[in-house]
Ligand binder design. Structure first.
Ligand SMILES: [Zn+2]
Length: 406
């Protein structure tokens, strides 16, 4: 079965993650796809195919040569974003796309235009895959899933390619930040791994944000507003004043890109008595998070003093820049570069302005950069991928296996 055929089948399973769920995986659809994949991996001839109680699927491509070679891993996540409908996805193939606008049939306002999408413009002549206009496509990350399965099938069918033991991992709930939560690094047993969860062909990502979240809670005093003179202290007004004082021209998502970090208020729970503002802290340099935290605490403290509220802070670590780990294992990234070159592409290296499962896995002892999988416009009705990029992904994985096998 080709990588495209696999992809077209996987996207029809609804695997939308659900942040409000306490189970792992967060939704039953993810288990449905994991069972399909487990059966396929068995059929291909992989060993140790195990789907665990939390919805993590692992398997092994046995080494094709004897000797003491390092075990490497390839990872992809089976869930899709909670931000967009993922049920009844109808993938549409646009063979040898000629560059004209692609109007999605179920919603005429959903149009892909080469002029508005440079990655798409670079794919004229490719076999483009889109959804039908009302759902996401799920290339994030079923493109990665299809690439990993197809590459495993290729390696099993071509024992003349020298490679060591290769572990495959299919994880749930990446989109809600839980993909690494129950990932058993010891059981996976690889020296390093690669997530297949990136964009255009050639992309290689090994730097991510370091991330904390701080909850700023203002405590006021509530009383009947008709008789509140001199006694009411409104925590909502304090929180509003605090948010208004956060930086605008710098340190905000709206005004930064590249290597600039930000401080981002993204959720408020409000009442007169008590109002909490959740603020994301993001920077590529972990130590800078302390400066951002100090800034937030200073601004909120000033507002509390002015408004007669009491303010409390709670900081939670989210993830750290994977580069701090990967710099200690330069071969992991270097071999990815080499594999990308071997399939005829020039590596495109850029920082991830977010985190991946690899950010956390790297700090759990599994150095894990991210490779392209041909994902474009993810979490959107305009999501697309292409057969050619999927195939380049498969070839890159095969080349990586070969590089670690010599
Ligand atoms: Zn993803």
């Amino acid at each position: 079965m080709s990588v495209l055929e696999r992809f077209l089948r996987y996207v029809t399973v609804d695997t939308r993650a659900d942040e409000s769920s306490d189970t792992s995986p967060s939704t039953p659809g993810q288990l449905v796809l994991q069972r399909v994949l487990a059966a396929e991996l068995d059929a291909i001839g992989l060993t140790d195919v195990v789907l665990d109680d939390h919805g993590y699927l692992m398997a092994t491509v046995p080494a094709s040569v004897a000797g003491d070679l390092p075990t490497i891993g390839f990872l992809a996540h089976v869930d899709t974003s909670p931000e967009m409908d993922g049920a009844n996805v109808k993938p549409i193939l646009h063979p040898a796309w000629d560059g004209r606008d692609i109007v999605l049939p179920d919603d005429a306002t959903a149009v892909l235009r080469a002029a508005e999408d440079s990655a798409l413009a670079a794919c004229i002549g490719y076999d483009i895959v889109t959804a039908s206009g009302t759902t996401l496509l799920g290339a994030d990350d079923k493109a990665g899933v299809a690439i990993v399965v197809a590459a495993a099938e290729y390696l099993v069918a071509h024992p003349e390619i020298p490679h060591g033991p290769i572990r495959l991992g299919f994880t749930p709930d990446e989109e809600i930040g839980r993909g690494a939560d129950r990932f058993d690094v010891a059981r996976f047993g690889a020296q390093c791994a690669y997530t297949l969860d990136g964009g255009r062909a050639g992309e290689l990502e090994y730097e991510s944000f370091s991330a904390d979240v701080i909850r700023v809670t203002f405590h006021g005093f509530n009383t009947h507003p008709g008789y509140a003179r001199g006694t009411m202290v409104n925590a909502i007004k304090a929180a509003a004043r605090f948010v208004d004082r956060l930086p605008r021209e710098e340190l905000s998502p709206e005004t930064t890109d590249g290597y600039d970090g930000y401080v981002h208020p993204y959720q408020i729970d409000a009442s007169v008595d008590r109002t909490s503002v959740r603020v994301l802290l993001r920077d590529f340099v972990t130590a800078t998070l302390r400066d951002q935290q100090a800034l937030v605490e200073r601004l909120a403290g000033e507002v509390a003093a002015e408004t007669g509220t009491r303010v409390e802070f709670e900081v939670k670590e989210q993830y750290r820049n994977m580069r701090e780990v990967l710099d200690r294992h330069p071969l992991v990234v270097e071999r990815a570069r080499e594999a990308i070159r071997r399939v005829g592409l020039e590596p495109i290296e850029k920082p991830i302005r977010g985190g991946t499962d690899g950010s956390r896995l790297s700090f759990m002892g599994l150095p894990t950069p991210n490779l392209f999988a041909g994902e474009h416009n993810f979490h959107s009705r305009l999501e697309w991928t292409s057969r050619q990029e999927l195939e380049l992904g498969v070839r890159t994985v095969v080349e990586l296996a070969r590089l670690w096998g010599t």
